[in-house]
Design a protein around this ligand. Structure first.
Ligand code: 13P
Ligand code: SF4
Length: 332
């Protein structure tokens, strides 16, 4: 049976009022899904707020690593996802590729005990567990600079996975040298050594896009997510996580034009009049967009029926080490 959007929203609200469920939604979710979220935010905010929530079930509308991080941080919670959509960047690395990266650094003359790994939260639990086992930690786009600053105090080489752009952008901001495994000849002299992963959605923004907007609207601000290529971030007026972008734009004068380089659903929800999408190609994250209102309803209904759909499970050993890596970040 198919329902209208309003009927689905009413049914979802009715189920929410009867069940011990908190609906969590990332900023990149479709508008109608985002609107039924009890907790919304960027990756870090969602991890923190959900950990402090008391419902038995968390219904997570986002991508796989996000729901998995909730389960890892709070194993007692039952986490379900309307769609277990895997972030394409997170899919670029697994524990084997992680080990290969460590080996590449050893081959370049860096001893294993001198490597401190940091994984962007956009990675699966097996990679977080590897990082935890080596004394490393997780970061998100909103705290990456602070986490790397803290990590560097150990006087070790940073292995940054999986997003080379975030690693390179933080190195740029801090005046440090970065290198990419497999791309750079000399990785041993770099402070931050990055795995060669990336977000295809954030690769859509080009220097030509920035030049186009600057020419068309002199005085326009360019605000981008740090998953964009370093050539873009260097030319931007502001670089920040999804929450930081929202705050930056909200604080601009009403008549200030701004072109934004991040996922379409978020940009589209911002001040529509003076806000532009920094790309001629619609920057939609296919996996974030997989979750529909019907999926949210079906998943809530499955909880009511006692057979929850898509429940997240993480094996004990992986959970233990991934939790250590995530909690090191939370403690900071
Ligand atoms: P935020 O941590 O800024 O929410 O980003 C998550 C993400 O997947 C960006 O592509
Ligand atoms: Fe992953 Fe990119 Fe989608 Fe973010 S926008 S969830 S990094 S694929």
């Amino acid at each position: 049976m198919s329902y209208t959007t309003q009927e689905l929203i009413d049914k979802i609200n009715d189920l929410k009022s009867r069940l011990s469920v908190t609906v969590v939604a990332h900023f990149y979710q479709r508008d109608e899904v985002f609107e039924v979220g009890d907790i919304t935010g960027d990756s870090l905010e969602l991890a923190k707020k959900t950990r402090d929530d008391n419902s038995e079930f968390v219904l997570f509308c986002g991508v796989g690593f996000m729901g998995q991080s909730v389960k890892v941080l709070s194993p007692e919670k039952r986490v379900v996802m309307p769609k277990i959509a895997c972030c394409a960047m997170a899919r670029m690395i697994d524990s084997i590729y992680f080990d290969d990266s460590v080996k590449a650094m050893e081959k370049a003359g860096i001893a294993k005990e001198n490597i401190l790994p940091i994984t962007y939260i956009n990675s699966n639990a097996d990679v977080k567990a590897k990082v935890g086992q080596m004394g490393g930690m997780v970061c998100t786009s909103s705290n990456a600079k602070m986490i790397i600053e803290t990590a560097l105090k150990e006087n070790k080489k940073i292995l940054f996975v999986p997003d080379r752009c975030l690693g390179q952008n933080i190195a740029d901001m801090m005046g440090l040298k970065s290198a990419v495994i497999g791309q750079s000849e000399d990785i041993a002299s770099a402070d931050i050594i990055c795995y060669d992963g990336f977000c295809a959605v954030h690769q859509l923004f080009t220097v030509e896009d920035i030049e186009f907007y600057r020419k068309k609207y002199p005085g326009i601000k360019i605000a981008v997510h740090p998953e964009c290529d370093p050539s873009i971030c260097r030319k931007a007026d502001f670089v920040g996580s999804t929450s930081q972008l929202i705050k930056y734009i909200a604080e601009l004068p009403e008549d200030q034009k701004v072109a934004v380089g991040t996922e379409f659903n978020l940009v589209n929800r911002l001040r529509p009049k003076n806000t532009y999408v920094l790309s001629s190609t619609k920057p939609e994250c296919p996996t974030m967009n997989e979750t529909t209102l019907q999926d949210v309803y079906d998943t809530l209904k499955s909880i009511e029926d006692g057979e929850p759909l898509n429940e997240i499970e993480v094996d004990e050993d992986t959970l233990k080490w991934a939790k250590i890596a995530l909690e090191r970040m939370m403690a900071l």
